[in-house]
Design a protein around this ligand. Structure first.
Ligand SMILES: Nc1ncnc2c1ncn2[C@@H]1O[C@H](COP(=O)(O)OP(=O)(O)OP(=O)(O)O)[C@@H](O)[C@H]1O
Length: 171
């Protein structure tokens, strides 16, 4: 079941906000001003595309769950969100923790990991570590310790790795 591509690129569009709806400008078309006349339209292909009505749970089940399953089997995995400000990175990754339908990738992944651990054989041991960092204007901030702002990213990363938190040593 691991014949999934090594890198998956997924697009998610958030719903228009009030300001965008008020503008009523319609569709955005990108055009290459140096294109020769008659040049065919370019097609961009993604592993998945989620529209404004997409659900957090569907995105998790289709796009994230297989990766977390492979991590539970010992492989490395990374998920990151990229996009300009206000496009929905925080909503997708974090969402609303207290509302099950609006929980994002991070809380859904935690639930997935701990559910799998609780179901695994009693003689199997897991160590789960977590750190939570923000890089903003070349500064690294430890979001689990908001008082610390580090100027040298290398020192900050080293310190983070040294003090990663052991959340669970499952029996
Ligand atoms: N899929 C979605 N469905 C409903 N609302 C969404 C969705 N994605 C984003 N939003 C809303 O759009 C707004 C901007 O989203 P968000 O804060 O996640 O953007 P961001 O990319 O993290 O921005 P920044 O880079 O400034 O932190 C928020 O109010 C968020 O709740």
């Amino acid at each position: 079941s691991y014949n999934i591509p090594t890198v998956k690129v997924v697009v998610r569009c958030r719903p228009l906000n009030r300001k965008e709806m008020d503008v009523h400008r319609g569709q955005v078309v990108l055009r290459n001003p140096r294109a020769l006349p008659g040049e065919p339209r370019k097609t961009f292909t993604f592993d998945s595309v989620y529209d404004a009505s997409s659900k957090q749970r569907d995105l998790y089940d289709e796009t994230v769950r297989p990766l977390i399953d492979s991590v539970l089997d010992g492989f490395n995995g990374t998920i990151f969100a990229y996009g300009q400000t206000g496009t929905g990175k925080t909503y997708t990754m974090q969402g609303a923790w207290l509302e099950p339908e609006r929980r994002g990738v991070i809380p859904n992944a935690f639930e997935h990991v701990f559910t799998q651990i609780s179901r695994s054989a009693a003689d199997r041991q897991y160590l789960v570590r977590a750190s939570y960092l923000e890089i903003y204007r070349e500064e690294i901030r430890d979001l689990l310790d908001p008082n610390v702002v580090n100027e040298d990213p290398k020192d900050a990363l080293l310190r983070e790795f040294q003090k990663e938190i052991a959340l669970l040593r499952a029996q």
